[in-house]
Design a protein around this ligand. Structure first.
Ligand SMILES: [Zn+2]
Length: 112
């Protein structure tokens, strides 16, 4: 179970730009960290699913690949909602740099 602060919506960290609670999903495409708002949002465009290891995977919803009901929840990326967006790019990089060593992104494989 992944309980590292910042890597689950249940263990959020805080945006260093606006102090909102945020967390980071791991993108299915290239295993990068994707900052997300804590509350699921049907109007968002990031579909998130948790695998059996507790890793939260994030992918961008597309017309031909909509969120799978019951499997994925839809969230909004904090890139879109942060009121301190101009600061955000810089601060989120610092947060990513802090979190990335805690998870071995390269060796993670999607399970289930
Ligand atoms: Zn923010």
């Amino acid at each position: 179970m992944n309980t590292v602060t910042g890597l689950s919506p249940h263990h959020p960290t805080f945006c260093q730009g606006c102090s909102a609670p945020i967390w980071f999903g791991i993108t299915t495409v290239n295993h990068k960290l994707m900052p997300l708002d804590v509350r699921p949002d049907d109007k968002g465009n990031v579909a998130v699913s948790r695998d059996t290891s507790g890793t939260w995977w994030a992918r961008v919803v597309k017309k031909n690949l909509p969120a799978r009901a019951g499997i994925e929840k839809v969230y909004t990326t904090h890139f879109a909602t942060c009121p301190k967006r101009s600061l955000f790019a810089r601060t989120v990089k610092a947060q990513m740099a802090r979190l990335a060593p805690m998870i071995d992104l390269q060796t993670r494989r999607r399970v289930g």
